[in-house]
Design a protein around this ligand. Sequence first.
Ligand SMILES: [Zn+2]
Length: 80
Amino acid sequence: MARKGIKCPQCGRELTYESISDVPTFPFCSVRCKYVDLDKWFDGEYRICEDASDATETPANEDFRRDGGGTDSASPGEKS
Ligand SMILES: [Zn+2]
């Protein structure tokens, strides 16, 4: 029987199997890796990161808007 191999998306360990039903934790190598991946989603790890950058970007964004408006109105005047 031919064995197939994949890499666990969580820890990168190689995992060989004959059929997917042999690996109850597919595509992870173990229950632990499966739960580590699920925990990331439940914790909202990525959302917390977005909130943090959003807060720091707000003052910079207002500066950029004022700056952009000045250059934008100067450009057409320069042409004509
Ligand atoms: Zn793993």
